[in-house]
Design a protein around this ligand. Sequence first.
Ligand code: PEP
Ligand code: CO
Length: 457
Amino acid sequence: MATSPPDTSWSPAAWRGHPALQQPDWPDQARLDEVRGQIARMPPLVFAGEARTLLDELAEVAAGRAFLLQAGDCAESFYDHTAINIREKLKVILQMAAVLTYAASLPVVKLGRMAGQFVKPRSQPTESVGDLVLPAFRGHIVNGEEPTPEARRPDPERMLHGYHQAASTLNLLRAFTKGGFADLSQVHAWTQEFVANSPEGRRYEQLATEIERALHFMQAIGVFDAANPTLHQVDVWTSHEALLLDYEEALTRRDSLTGKWYDCSAHFVWVGERTRQVDGAHVRFLAGVHNPVGAKLGPSASPHDALALCETLNPQRIPGRLTLITRMGAEQVGTKLAPIVRAVSDAGHPVVWVCDPMHGNTFLTGAGRKTRDFRNIMAEIEGFFAVHHAEGTWPGGVHLEITGDDVTECLGGGDNLSEEQLDTAYTTLCDPRLNARQSLDLAFHVAELMRGGAAVA
Ligand code: PEP
Ligand code: CO
């Protein structure tokens, strides 16, 4: 590859001249500066070449030749960092991807909200607990969730912890995905268990049997040859919201091969609904890194906002560079999405269109639990597909909050989880996640949508 001259128009610190929303009020500036320096000297977590491979894969999604599955926790926890937790989440992602790959007869790009999804935007900077007014909990990379002044004090030390936890999660992900765990026949055996042993699974018996037969066929003709790595190894890329700019800046490095800047904290980073202002610090930051990047668009986003993001984040119109993650809510997807899709596609921007059916469908139960209903989640995905079919654009993927644990955080699904059952295993640090069975159920529903059939009611 030819070496291009380094660009000098942008630097990792350039965001500092722009309004930076949602940043912690670090009480100890000197310690913050030391930690930033330490992280800046540490090895990158991912490599520029990997980010470029993901960019190429996303270009295929933009062209309608692949589908994106982006999934993982709302907020990863420092307390629940175990091999089992990582393995179970990966297992669900691999199963969902296998179902979708078969149904769509297309490659599925697998992107975890993992190994760095530690920080949360908040609607209020403070929270009142009894007589106390405390700083809001912003995720474990900033402070603790316990409602005490000590725990809520933003602590830069936590960024070091976040870096090391991300490194160890990535290490296990790389081992699992290259070391035999992701073997396609193994992945399908897990799915068979779901299909055989759960009421929601049994509805998908036919599709699962088809996958089984396809695998047998491949076996018979020798495709499963040990020398064929595609069936035994997969790429699972990492992503998170690039919200905590002190951390992202410290991990941004110039690639020695191309001279370009990459945010080496993850393969893909996105800007959230609350920080997507084109003149804001977050968009300025993302504009200069060469990773594939994303932007969330909620119901308040206008076609003009979407276009401005396209122009700012992808002026060269590189396919795969920009993913627009729409999260309109089931009720508004039918009216809000189409004008945005039309404006962007009329302008010729080659974006990846992804549906986040989680964040526009969150509500509080009477008992004060934050939840989401499986029916609304599916309804938004169906609305997303319908709009893209009508506009002649490619519904490129889904962005989900899931876990491999057997939690009870979202309503409905095969078990028809009720409000009363939410307390049984509600462990999320932030937003409610689909559990393993609800996630697979969703993958089968989406698979049916992609085959053009009506989703199973
Ligand atoms: C999130 O993805 O967890 C999130 C906060 O989403 P949004 O920015 O769309 O609200
Ligand atoms: Co969330």
